[in-house]
Structure formats: structure tokens, C-alpha cells
Design a protein around this ligand. Structure first.
Ligand code: HEC
Length: 122
């Protein structure tokens, strides 16, 4: 059967394109909370010493409640805890969907956010 490997050449350009898009980050696979457990030693980060400031600096001007740009409120620790998987997938580590504007948190803040959320947003 001479057609046994016939798909190889036809698929090659498609595969190359897909890999290329992945490489330049056009198609990125978001990192999820479920894949990032709380570190063994727990965390020293809390709403008081980290979460509140992070949300206030980067999120609450749009997610401040019913009169915000989004009706999704992220201004209390309870609200953040309930939505922590969605917050993670949008904002932690290399997930940069949120905030959408130019005032992005620095990478080390996104790393702290990941740890804090992974430990249950204490
Ligand atoms: C410039 C305004 C703005 C800022 C700043 C902003 N958001 Fe958003 N966000 C929106 C809008 C608009 C939506 C879409 C409406 C909705 O789903 O609430 C949204 C949607 C979301 C969603 C729901 C989408 C999903 O995938 O579940 C989450 C979670 C979220 N934002 C988290 C955050 C976090 C965390 C921050 C801060 C790091 C942030 N946002 C900063 C405007 C903003």
C-alpha cells in the first residue's frame, strides 16, 4: 500500500502552523488552579497583607460592584474565594487576560497571586 504514509505530507503544513502559533503565544493554554497546589509549607500571604492590595490595585476599579465596569464584584475576600479558579485562569502566573488594560501587575505579583489562591485565599 503506497498510501500508508500519505497523510504525512498533507498534514505537515497544518502542524507547522499550529506549532508556530503555540510558539508565539497566539494559542496559549491557560494555567489552571487545579494544577497548582498550595506549597507544602502553606503560604504567608493573606487578604490583609496581599490580596486586598492586589485587587484594589488591579481589579476593583472595574470589578467594584454593581456600579463598576463589570458587575462582577471582586472587592471582598469572600467574593474572591468563590471565584478563585476564574481569577487564577485570568490573572495568575502567565495568564494575562485580566486586567485587560495597560496597567498589568508585574510577574512576581502574578506568582504571589497564584500561591495565595492555591492556598484558598486566606
Ligand atoms: C478595565 C476594566 C477591568 C479590569 C481592570 C479588570 N477586569 Fe476583569 N473583566 C472586565 C470585564 C468588562 C469583564 C467581562 C464581564 C464579566 O464577566 O464580568 C471581565 C471579566 C472577568 C472575569 C470573568 C471571566 C472569566 O473568565 O471567568 C474574571 C474572573 C475577571 N474579570 C477577573 C479580573 C481580575 C482578577 C482582575 C484584576 C487582576 C480584573 N478582572 C481586572 C473588566 C476588567
Amino acid at each position: 500500500m503506497s498510501r500508508a504514509t500519505g497523510f504525512g505530507p498533507a498534514l505537515a503544513p497544518i502542524l507547522a502552523l499550529a506549532l508556530g502559533l503555540l510558539a508565539v503565544g497566539c494559542v496559549s493554554i491557560p494555567e489552571e488552579l487545579a494544577d497548582h497546589p498550595c506549597p507544602d509549607g502553606g503560604t504567608t500571604l493573606t487578604w490583609e497583607n496581599f490580596g486586598h492590595d492586589f485587587m484594589r490595585s488591579y481589579c476593583v476599579h472595574c470589578h467594584g460592584g454593581p456600579n463598576g465596569y463589570s458587575s462582577r464584584a471582586l472587592n471582598t475576600v469572600e467574593a474572591v474565594r468563590v471565584q478563585r479558579d476564574r481569577i487564577f485562569i485570568n490573572s495568575a502566573l502567565d495568564n494575562t487576560a485580566m486586567p485587560p488594560g495597560p496597567d498589568d501587575p508585574p510577574r512576581d505579583e502574578r506568582v504571589k497571586l497564584a500561591e495565595w489562591l492555591a492556598c484558598g485565599a486566606p
